[in-house]
Design a protein. Structure first.
Length: 543
């Protein structure tokens, strides 16, 4: 797989792998930590989902500025190293149990990712922009994407062992160490991509950075503050209001890029802008892995292990010991019903609540202890599927390429949206099998749902990075890559908004039906625009 690719790929692969190790380790335990009434912040489902959505939205919003600074001023390597160090420090600070410190740590990770993410992806695109490797760009991004998910797969096993044995803080420190390893690997491989680290000179019509600060950044901050301060919750919460208001100047900025572009650049830029809009709904559903689907794994999935499996999980410290106490479960139900009757759920009671929806005949004896695999291990299902399916997808499209029948990058994105929609139907079926959450269901439903959406993801996410690299005018490559992350950020925030609605759906199947409809709308828009997307790409001589 590696032999015919540039040497730079292996270093960028492992650097990104360790960066994603840190990020997905943190995401895998974030809402669980926030809701923990003993060692966390005792947040409700709504509170944790709202903070989670805001956080992952801002993590993908800052690449807008980080890409600009990397393009014009710092260069890619300085931006990547600076961003990596900031993220490493931020993860370590999360180990301090203090709400103010948590927000400081989140800010460091948010800003650091802004420097790291777009510049790493653009640098990889530059490596594959030379003639001898241009035809391998899609495949290179697929391999790179597998590195992302390799880190996302292994991190949850390490974090589970750490937080079960020592507490949440040690898991966050592990995330910081992983990020630091990524920076070290990047520095070691500098000689293989230093020549591709080229700052872009400003072209006529480009907006100076000082003007961007005055016309975009400052208005975004002001708009965000106004959104936070307006009476009532227009879009569900103050943070959501602030985020949406803050995005308005960004919409203006990308509209300005289009209107000021040269005639030959207008169509490619417009194609990218429409793709950015369409994929928002994909991210809105996909990014519920750390919120709603984490809740499903925690409360509605049978996590009990016994026999040989229990011994293995216990030895690897991947299972938690939980004691069944009938009175505790009854108290939880009483408190929960009381709060639901009042129209609001204010706190989670009496962790663990695992036994509240176990069938009576399957309940253990009073005081009996059982082993449950750690909830965050479910977060390794998606990256596990990516690792398993990536070679299959690469081989399939390589076979189609040899027959000169490989679909275009845009076609792959449209089909990725369509395939992803069916993952929601798997969860609808899981809800019915569990009698609307009154009984726990097999983890196979989660595995199946993640498998379907992962196939869609492999056709969409790496292809999105690839198409931005292919269609972007060279002088604004990182800015347009930043645009891809802005659309991801909006989708991420929408995922948090959707997850805050979890407790409002008494019939959980309707929640997943909503996800299905959203993805079906996105796929329909993609196929409506597909012919035009392909025509513009053919005019540019690319697929």
């Amino acid at each position: 797989m590696w032999k015919k690719h540039p040497k730079a790929l292996s270093y960028l692969f492992f650097s990104e792998m360790w960066e994603r190790f840190g990020y997905y380790l943190m995401i895998g335990i974030f809402t669980l930590y926030l809701k923990d009434v003993k060692a966390g912040y005792a947040m409700t489902e709504k509170e944790s989902a709202d903070l989670y959505g805001t956080y992952i939205a801002l993590v993908f919003l800052t690449p807008f500025l980080g890409g600009l600074l990397g393009d014009r001023y710092l260069g890619y390597s300085k931006s990547i190293i600076l961003g990596g160090l900031m993220m490493s420090f931020g993860y370590c600070l999360m180990s301090i149990h203090n709400l103010t410190m948590l927000y400081i740590a989140m800010t460091l990770v948010i800003v650091g990712n802004g420097f790291f993410k777009p510049n790493m992806s653009t640098l990889l695109g530059n490596v594959y922009s030379v003639p001898e490797h241009l035809h391998q760009k899609d495949e290179g991004y697929n391999i790179f994407y597998m590195g992302i998910n390799l880190g996302g797969f292994i991190c949850n096993f390490i974090s589970a062992a750490l937080y079960i044995t020592y507490g949440w803080g040690y898991a966050f420190i592990a995330a910081g160490i992983g990020m630091l390893l990524g920076v070290i690997i990047y520095i070691i491989g500098l000689k293989h991509y230093r020549m591709y680290d080229v700052k872009k000179a400003m072209a006529p019509g480009d907006m100076p950075f000082s003007r961007i600060v005055l016309l975009i950044l400052v208005p975004s901050v002001i708009a965000g503050v106004l959104g936070w301060m307006i009476p009532g919750d227009w879009f569900g919460s103050d943070s959501t209001d602030a985020f949406i208001f803050a995005c308005i100047p960004l919409f203006y900025f990308y509209g300005n890029i289009y209107t000021k572009a040269e005639k030959s650049e207008k169509k490619p830029i417009m194609v990218l802008l429409t793709i950015f809009v369409v994929v928002i709904l994909f991210w809105a559903v996909f990014k519920q892995n750390g919120s709603a689907l984490n809740t499903w794994a925690d409360r509605y999935t049978n996590r009990e292990v016994d026999g040989t499996t229990q011994k293995v999980f216990d030895n690897l410290i991947l299972a938690q010991k939980v004691t069944y106490q009938k009175d505790s479960v009854a108290l939880y139900d009483d408190q929960f019903r009381l709060q639901k009757a009042n129209g609001i759920v204010t706190k989670e009671f009496n962790y663990p609540v695992y036994f509240k929806n176990v069938a009576p005949e399957k309940l253990p004896a009073e005081g009996e202890q059982v082993s449950l695999w750690a909830t965050n291990l479910s977060q390794s299902i998606n990256p596990g599927w990516v690792i398993a399916l990536t070679p299959v997808v690469i081989s399939f499209f390589a076979w189609r390429r040899r027959k000169k029948k490989e679909p275009s990058t845009a076609t792959k994105i449209a089909f990725g949206l369509l395939i992803s929609a069916f993952s929601a139907l798997v969860m609808v079926t899981a809800v019915y099998m569990g009698n609307n959450g009154s009984e726990k269901v097999s983890v196979l439903w989660l595995i199946g749902s993640y498998g379907v959406i992962t196939l869609g993801e492999l056709l969409l996410s790496p292809m999105g990075l690839s198409i931005v690299s292919k269609l972007s005018p060279t002088r604004i490559a990182s800015l347009m890559m930043g645009g891809w992350f802005v659309s991801t950020a909006i989708g991420n925030k929408l995922s948090g908004v959707l997850a805050t609605m979890w407790d409002r759906y008494d019939q959980k199947a309707n929640y997943f039906w909503l996800n299905f409809v959203l993805l079906l709308v996105a796929a329909s828009l993609g196929f409506i625009l597909l012919r035009w997307w392909n025509r513009v790409m053919n005019e540019k001589g690319i697929k």
